[in-house]
Write a protein that binds this ligand. Structure first.
Ligand SMILES: [Zn+2]
Length: 272
């Protein structure tokens, strides 16, 4: 399976990277899967009995903005401080060596692909980005870069300040699709999706490697995207790298390991 993966990567003229939460783990980012993972990363929420789904809810910005911003401010600081793991650079090297074109589709809101040097106009962030803000109401369709410095009291998980909407002066929030979210502005993501559709229309009969990394079945958006690409394009092969849920139908292939581990293994085969 590994040899076949290396062959597909070696011959690819186009790379489409589809990434889920598992892509961040080896950069040291917490895994929110299940209450245990979430509470290990955020013990204050364990004390309060608040799950990830409870915390990632726009209701906090309405009722108690400092509490809403506690969670997102803390995560924003964490993502800004994180250095993307070597797997990101391995993929960039493959793209360069094959002189291939690429696109990234990620459910992560952490901006790690941009940080690793992937081009802003070659990325779809299906759930939005923590590095962009919008008005909570929202009073306008504006989405703007997040330049706020948010300090968080890690005992109470409350932020010491609440970023304001520059238009109405009300509360702002991250432009991230949360749970039970009726006010998320999708325009930035929609524009990214349009660019991705235009990109796909140019692919013709090029050999496409779809590399799916750490996308679980709990929120299946990314897996569905990989599978759709695999069936839709006659010369596309999906390589699913996933330590727990690697299943995919032939001719697509899978590796049952972590994202970085899988990328390193293939890279070793390609360079030896
Ligand atoms: Zn506003």
């Amino acid at each position: 399976m590994l040899e076949r993966a290396a062959e597909i990567i070696g011959q690819a003229e186009v790379f489409i990277i589809t990434a889920g939460a598992g892509m961040g783990v080896e950069s040291g980012l917490p895994d929110f899967r299940g209450n245990r993972g979430f509470w290990q990363a955020y013990p204050p929420y364990a004390r309060l009995g608040i799950s990830f789904m409870d915390a990632a809810n726009p209701v906090h910005f309405e009722r108690n903005p400092a509490f809403g911003w506690g969670f997102y401010g803390h995560r924003c600081n964490l993502y800004r401080a994180t250095i993307p793991h070597e797997g990101f650079q391995i993929i960039r090297r493959w793209i360069e060596r094959n002189r291939a074109d690429y696109f990234v589709v990620t459910s992560n809101v952490d901006g790690q692909f941009q940080k690793a040097g992937f081009s802003e106009d070659r990325i779809v962030e299906v759930h939005g980005s923590i590095h962009h803000l919008q008005c909570l109401k929202p009073c306008s369709p504006d989405i703007w870069p997040n330049q706020e410095n948010i300090s968080v009291d890690t005992v109470t998980m409350r932020s010491l300040s609440v970023p304001a909407c520059p238009r109405c002066g009300g509360v702002s929030r991250p432009n991230i699709l949360m749970f039970n979210d009726w006010s998320w502005l999708p325009e930035r993501t929609t524009a990214q999706e349009t660019r991705f559709e235009q990109f796909q229309a140019t692919l013709g009969d090029k050999r496409i490697a779809v590399i799916e990394l750490g996308a679980g079945t709990a929120i299946p958006t990314i897996r569905a995207t990989s599978e759709r690409l695999g069936w839709h394009h006659p010369y596309a092969t999906v390589l699913r790298i996933n330590p727990r849920e690697p299943e995919i139908m032939a001719p697509h292939i899978s590796l049952d390991c972590n994202a970085l581990e899988g990328l390193l293994k293939i890279d070793r085969l390609l360079t030896c």
